[in-house]
Write a protein of this length. Structure first.
Length: 162
């Protein structure tokens, strides 16, 4: 790769750099139980790790069992987007707390909250893929860091999880 970058830079002096930009943190997601019976909660374990040489904001804002500072992409086995659960009184709004957090270089922290079944309809048996992401600077115009994709299997009610 370095040779290719060098050749490109020699041939095109206007190319400023071939360095890849490393994200300042990583997000690792896992399911507390990768197989659950329909109707039971689906909980995620989310870890944020500072991979930079500077402090990283990891402040949590849990609401309805999930950290609102993260985005959650939830799809079914066919690749369709899983709908959010409709609230009986959406006009009431949501409340949340703010948990201040700063990660020093190399440190990791558990994200606040992780009950994804409180927000997304995972009530039907099947396989669901979940990916967690966050903006680098908590700003929608900044780069996005994505977690690994995990799979959760929802079994028919009264089926024994393996």
């Amino acid at each position: 790769m370095r040779i290719l970058c060098g050749l490109v830079m020699l041939g095109a002096p206007s190319v400023a750099s071939c360095q890849s930009s490393q994200q300042p943190f990583t997000i690792t997601a896992s399911a507390m139980k990768p197989k659950v019976e329909a109707g039971l909660p689906v909980d995620l374990h989310i870890v944020m790790t500072n991979t930079s040489g500077q402090d990283v904001d990891c402040t949590g804002e849990p609401s309805n069992g999930l950290d609102r500072n993260f985005r959650y992409d939830v799809t079914d086995a066919a690749g369709g987007t899983v709908p959010k659960i409709a609230r009986k009184h959406p006009e009431i709004g949501e409340t949340s707390s703010i948990w201040p957090c700063v990660l020093k270089p190399g440190q990791s922290a558990n994200a606040a909250g992780g009950r994804i079944s409180n927000v997304y309809d995972l009530s039907r048996p099947g396989e669901y893929s979940i990916q967690v992401s966050s903006f680098v600077a908590r700003d929608p115009r900044s780069d996005v860091v994505r977690s690994n994709v995990i799979t959760v299997t929802v079994l028919p009610a009264h089926a024994a999880p393996q």
